[in-house]
Design a protein. Structure first.
Length: 218
C-alpha cells in the first residue's frame, strides 16, 4: 500500500512540474510576441523618417541657403525649409565690448531649457538639422546635422551649386559662379564672403552633431 501511495505522489509531482514548464513556455512565447511587435514599430518609424528626410534634403536649395548665410532672417530660413527656434542676446558684455546675439533655425529641432549659452536643442528626428548664426565682434555660422550622411549631402549640394575650392579649402562666392565649382590655387580672381569647412562631429558646443562651420571675411 505504501508503494502505491509513493507511486501516486511521484506521478502528481511530475504532472505539476510539466504544467509549470508549459505555462513558462507560454509566457516566453507571449514575451517574444511583444518583442516582435515592439521591434516592428521601431523599424517602421525610421523608414518613414528617412522618407521625409529624403524629401526635405532633395528640395533643399543651396542658393537660398547662401542668401540666408549672407543675411540671416526668419523669412530666408523658411525659404530653406527651416523654422525659427530661438534668438538670444548675451548679457555678459563688459565695458567696451559689443553684446553678442545668436539665432537658430532648424528642421525637426525644438527649443529646450535655457542654459548658459542660449537654449538646449531637442531633436524629433534622426535627420534633424539646424542653422546657427552668431554675431558679436565678428560673425560665424554653422549648419549642424544629426546624420553624417545628411552633412555629406549638404556638401554635395554646395559643390553642385558652385564654390571656390582652393586646395581642398572651400569658399562661398558673393555671386553664383557661371560654371559651377572651380578648383584654383588662389582666391585672387574671386570675390568670396565666407569660408566653409568640411563636416566634423562636435562633442562640445554642438554635441552629437556633424558641424559644417562658416567663417565670414571682414
Amino acid at each position: 500500500m505504501k508503494k502505491t501511495y509513493l507511486l501516486l505522489t511521484i506521478v502528481m509531482i511530475l504532472a505539476a512540474c510539466s504544467g509549470k514548464k508549459t505555462q513558462a513556455g507560454d509566457d516566453a512565447t507571449k514575451a517574444d510576441s511583444v518583442a516582435v511587435v515592439q521591434d516592428s514599430v521601431v523599424t517602421e518609424a525610421p523608414a518613414e523618417d528617412d522618407k521625409e528626410a529624403a524629401q526635405f534634403y532633395e528640395q533643399f536649395d543651396f542658393g537660398k541657403f547662401v542668401d540666408l548665410l549672407k543675411s540671416p532672417s526668419k523669412e530666408k530660413a523658411e525659404r530653406c525649409g527651416l523654422s525659427f527656434v530661438y534668438e538670444a542676446e548675451s548679457d555678459d558684455g563688459v565695458e567696451g565690448d559689443v553684446a553678442g546675439t545668436s539665432e537658430v533655425y532648424g528642421w525637426h529641432i525644438e527649443k529646450g531649457k535655457k542654459n548658459e549659452f542660449g537654449y538646449e536643442l531637442n531633436c524629433t528626428s534622426n535627420h534633424a538639422c539646424y542653422f546657427y548664426y552668431q554675431a558679436d565682434t565678428s560673425q560665424q555660422a554653422a549648419m549642424c546635422f544629426k546624420s553624417k550622411d545628411d552633412a555629406d549631402r549638404f556638401i554635395e549640394k554646395a559643390l553642385a551649386y558652385g564654390i571656390v575650392n582652393v586646395q581642398s579649402d572651400y569658399h562661398i562666392p558673393v555671386e553664383k559662379l557661371p560654371n559651377g565649382t572651380v578648383e584654383v590655387y588662389s582666391l585672387s580672381d574671386y570675390n568670396v564672403f565666407a569660408s566653409m569647412e568640411k563636416p566634423v562631429l562636435d562633442n562640445e558646443y554642438h554635441k552629437g552633431f556633424y558641424v559644417i562651420r562658416f567663417y565670414y571675411f571682414a
